[in-house]
Design a protein around this ligand. Sequence first.
Ligand code: SAM
Ligand code: SF4
Length: 307
Amino acid sequence: MPLADKFGRQITDLRISVTDRCNFRCVYCRSADPETHMPSANLLTWDEYERLARIMVGMGIRKVRVTGGEPLVRSGVEDFIARLKALGVPDLSMTTNGHLLAERCDRLVAAGLNRINISLDSLDRDKFERVTRTKTFDQVIAGIDAAQASSLRPVKVNAVLVRGLNDDEVEAFASFARDRDLIMRFIEFMPLDADRSWTRDMVVTGAEVHDRISARWPLVPVVHERSETARKFRFADGRGEIGLISPVSQPFCGHCSRLRLTADGKLRTCLFSKEDHDLRFLLRGDATDREIGDEIHAIVAQKEKGH
Ligand code: SAM
Ligand code: SF4
């Protein structure tokens, strides 16, 4: 039976976090805090992820995004993508910080990955290094080059904007999208940071980004699926596209079609859920696929209306 919640929303997208570890320590991210890392034994094995994915593909999941932490730091991720492909997932994507992408891109494509999102929070090397607390700017740019040279499409580049940190780069990012003919997405800073320093005035809204870019280069709206998180625009006079992801100023919950699976096997029905639902104890007990499927249906039925 297809997955749907009590508001009638069909659930078709699954984000799988394959690790909570990361080789970056972005100032705004909770994965950056090693103290929160889970014991390795708590992380699902590839077989456990595959079993859950198979059950959920049978319930109508069409899109799977592999994420983290940083997905490329867990060895075996290419094989896992190939296993997802073999399950018949039509839309397979990954979100990565890009550091290891140049050397792994060919294997990801061979495994069946369709598209990729790469995070890049500054085009200024020093600032990039301050945000990520690493010296990896060149590797990330090489990762974007490799993705653009490969068959992965679309290639999207994500920047989280934080007022006072990188909001002066909105136009530079737009220019980057135009020069490289890629999709540049601006994400509002959400209160998910390890340091708990988030305040509302640090959020640069999608509306502000739109106004600033369109003052320089006229933008044309691009039609998108209702469940998509981004409002999309192309440049009237040329190549490239921008996406505005505004979970703070314009929550997109009404058409949300997403579920998240955490690295330790908890199902999360919203990024901001207060409660996660443990599936690992079912996987490691003697539950049948049918029983796990019934539990997933029951969890999804309780999906929050919005955040
Ligand atoms: N490590 C990978 C990366 O950075 O692309 C994948 C995981 S990361 C948690 C997924 C996305 O969440 C990235 O685009 C990141 O910039 C974004 N993110 C993390 N913390 C955020 C926050 N506090 N507000 C908005 N976006 C955030
Ligand atoms: Fe790592 Fe991605 Fe979080 Fe940065 S945003 S610390 S790269 S998980």
